[in-house]
Design a protein around this ligand. Structure first.
Ligand code: PLP
Length: 421
């Protein structure tokens, strides 16, 4: 309670905007995930890995736009690319050179993505990938995983969402090799697609095992279903995403978040053969339109990001340093003797309050969420902002001093609240 009192006393400008928002936005809200009690922070600006709220408080930004903020705020190279693009007109109602360049950069990073198409969000990319699988296989059923988040209208229990698009979905348990294989076999010729996040993100950044991913590849192929990797978030792990890490490649990949340089973006793609169905000349060809799919700002920002900032070498180096940091936090928890850990990989990880191995959402203790919320408020008041559910996303411009602040905040939290953990 005292943390919230301090929050209310010191975040009055945010409170005022929250009140005003209620007149036009239901529950003052247009992005459910950003709400927390008593009211969320309203941000005024961001630079590098630092956010400034409307009351003038600054934060080390570890929300990182839930991974879209890989480049941090106002990266100079990306800003210049967008400025240059704006000079030449924004909505040109025609293909441009830029989309070829961004597609080539993505395809070079993700060799399984021989051909791709752009859209405006990760949600759209997943819907389009699923619809592609349904059209290509002539089947209807989709196998997904409990706790998966594939976008605003593709959210599966435990969180669920009554607004989900009405797909015929069967849910399996993440990392359950034998159980999932059996479900795929049973679905057999009804199964159009298996869709999986190589790290189960919103459920707490829980990585898949190699064995699980290999089984999904084998079992999908055997039953003729398309395997879709949702790498909207995980594509930031190393130069080729998690498919590169595992050496297991899907039929279709979906991307988004940072792939458009931090502007609204989505993409889906796969083998030339599957994607040829989108050829306007193909008999029974698939149609996919979207006014802003190839908008020049996103294309230019994405090109600058991948070619000059998050290069393949930088991606690998960033994975190594950020995963070293995550492991350091785990070592700290072990040293302090608390049942606490940070699961995930590299620059995306989640704080959990259990000492046991986490292979799926069922391994997470029920008190974990309330302790994550406590940490969220505790850290926020010290100028470290993580997602309310305990997710950390490190962005490229985060300095060593900021990383040190994060580590000290975790350590202080353990010191103050260790008895609750
Ligand atoms: N897929 C995953 C794994 C995600 O984490 C998200 C967003 O958080 C999406 C898809 C949806 O992307 P967007 O928010 O751009 O629609």
């Amino acid at each position: 309670a005292s943390l919230q009192e301090t929050y209310v006393r010191t975040r009055t400008a945010s409170a005022e905007l929250f009140r005003r928002a209620a007149d036009v936005l239901p529950g003052s809200n247009t992005r459910s995930v950003l709400h927390f009690n008593p009211y969320p922070l309203y941000m005024a600006s961001g630079h590098g890995a630092t956010l400034k709220d409307v009351d003038g408080n600054t934060y080390v930004d570890l929300v990182g736009e839930f991974s879209a903020g890989l480049y941090g705020h106002s990266d100079p190279v990306i800003m210049q690319a967008v400025r240059d693009a704006l000079e030449g007109g924004v909505v040109l109602a025609a293909p441009t050179r830029l989309e070829i360049e961004l597609a080539s950069l993505i395809s070079a990073r993700f060799p399984s993505v021989e051909r791709l198409r752009f859209c405006n969000s990760g949600t759209e990319a997943n819907i389009l990938a699923l619809m592609t699988a349904i059209a290509v296989t002539g089947r209807k059923r989709v196998l997904a995983f409990k706790g998966a988040y594939h976008g605003g209208v593709l959210t599966f229990p435990p969180d669920g969402n009554p607004l989900n698009i009405p797909l015929d979905v069967t849910l399996a348990n993440y990392n359950d090799v034998a159980g999932t294989e059996e479900m795929i076999r049973q679905a057999g010729k009804d199964l159009a697609a298996v869709i999986v996040e190589p790290i189960l993100g919103a459920a707490g950044n829980i990585p898949a095992t190699q064995e699980f991913m290999q089984m999904l590849r084998r079992a999908s192929s055997e039953c003729g279903a398309l395997l879709i990797f949702d790498e909207v978030k995980t594509s930031r792990t190393g130069r080729g995403g998690m498919q590169g890490q595992f050496g297991v490649f899907p039929d279709l990949t979906t991307l988004g978040k940072y792939i458009g340089g931090g502007l609204a973006c989505g993409a889906f793609g796969g083998s030339a053969d599957i994607m040829a169905r989108f050829d306007p000349g193909a008999p029974g060809g698939l149609k996919h339109a979207g006014t802003f799919n190839n908008n020049v700002c996103t294309m230019a920002a994405g090109i600058a990001g991948l070619s000059q900032v998050f290069t393949a070498e930088r991606a690998d180096e960033f994975l190594a340093t950020t995963d070293g940091f995550r492991k350091g936090l785990n070592a700290l928890c072990a040293e302090r003797g608390v049942a606490m850990q940070f699961s995930g990989l590299g620059s995306m990880f989640t704080m959990h309050f259990t000492g046991r191995t986490i292979t799926g959402p069922a391994d997470l203790p029920s008190h974990s969420r309330s302790l994550s919320q406590l940490f969220h408020m505790f850290a926020l008041l010290r100028g470290v902002l993580v997602a309310g559910r305990g997710d950390f996303f490190i962005s490229l411009p985060t300095s060593d001093a900021q990383m040190q602040t994060v580590r000290e905040t975790v350590d202080d939290f353990i010191r103050v609240y260790g008895n609750l953990i």
